[in-house]
Design a binder for this molecule. Structure first.
Ligand code: HEC
Length: 159
């Protein structure tokens, strides 16, 4: 009994630091505050919306034209918020934003405008029966996300 207790204790002493490390990593992502947190939350929402669109466009979920229009509309609103969410030098931990944003501000805001126009186009055709055009427009939108991320967002280490 005594030695089992001792072994258990030793084991938890061994495991404890790892649990701690794991927790810190989780908290690191949640540790964002202020504006950086706001914009990460904004982008996270955009990411969720994009997943819903993708599921509908690919036919993994029933296509709902009103929902597609609604999501595309809120993406335009999100786009309009982006420039204001990136004041110069706002690179506080745990941001994934790259300093190039302010060195190439015109290029960055071009992507913002592109996000707005591509999602507006998707909104316009959401109710049409032309699935190919809808799929094409979804890809244009997706390219905009990827283009901006490639230049201005740090590569994620995981997930
Ligand atoms: C104008 C550039 C730009 C465009 C366009 C853009 N993003 Fe982002 N996105 C960023 C930047 C910069 C970050 C990192 C923000 C930070 O960490 O402070 C980011 C972060 C994200 C994140 C991670 C959020 C988090 O912290 O959990 C997701 C998800 C995301 N974007 C999805 C999208 C999707 C989907 C689209 C297209 C519909 C899109 N983004 C369009 C620049 C852009």
């Amino acid at each position: 009994m005594h030695s089992r207790l001792k072994r258990g204790l030793m084991l938890s002493l061994l495991i404890l630091p790892f649990t701690w490390l794991g927790m810190n990593e989780v908290n690191a992502h949640k540790g964002a505050t202020g504006l950086v947190k706001e914009r990460m939350d904004l982008m996270k929402q955009v990411g969720k919306d994009m997943k819903s669109l993708k599921a509908m466009v690919r036919g993994n979920r029933a296509y709902d034209p009103r929902l597609v229009a609604q999501i595309s509309h809120s993406m335009q609103q999100a786009a309009r918020q982006i420039p204001g969410q990136f004041p110069e030098g706002s690179l506080q931990h745990p941001t994934e934003a790259r300093p190039q944003i302010w060195q190439q501000w015109d290029k960055f805001t071009n992507y913002v405008r592109q996000l707005e126009t591509e999602s507006a186009r998707l909104q316009q055709i959401a109710a049409s029966a032309d699935r190919q055009s809808i799929q094409h427009q979804f890809r244009q939108l997706n390219k905009t996300c990827l283009g901006c991320h490639k230049s201005f967002r740090k590569k994620k280490k995981k997930s």
